[in-house]
Design a binder for this molecule. Structure first.
Ligand code: FES
Length: 118
């Protein structure tokens, strides 16, 4: 197993920022239409900086690990900086090559985050 696969499994088993925020600034629920997996993400914003971010839901190892890694990255960052994140960023964050179906799993948390930043 590669180091990246191990990191993904570790985040899947022990996701960071899993749970709920009391009184979030915004929250959103999204479903991956291909598999029905769901993610709920919520943020607390202060002066356009994400001071708290959490997610919950059911999903495959890739979507859960991507949510864990992305929420960790987003904490403490500005809305403007996070709005620029794209598909390439998610691939780098996960560190593995993803096929056309699996990439949707990785992009689900990014889509959720982007909608929260609108
Ligand atoms: Fe459903 Fe990955 S298989 S999000």
């Amino acid at each position: 197993m590669s180091i990246y696969q191990e990191i993904i499994l570790e985040h899947y088993r022990h996701p960071k920022n899993y749970g709920e925020i009391k009184n979030p600034t915004k929250k959103i629920k999204l479903t991956n239409p291909l598999c029905g997996d769901r993610i709920e993400m919520m943020i607390k914003l202060v002066d356009n900086i994400i001071v708290e971010i959490k997610f919950q839901g059911q999903g495959c190892a890739i979507s859960q690990a991507a949510s864990s890694l992305l929420t960790d990255y987003a904490k403490g960052k500005s809305k403007e900086k996070l709005k620029k994140l794209d598909r390439e960023f998610m691939i780098k964050l996960l560190g593995i090559d993803l096929g056309p179906n699996r990439i949707k799993c990785a992009l689900l948390p990014l889509e959720a985050l982007k909608k929260l930043l609108i």
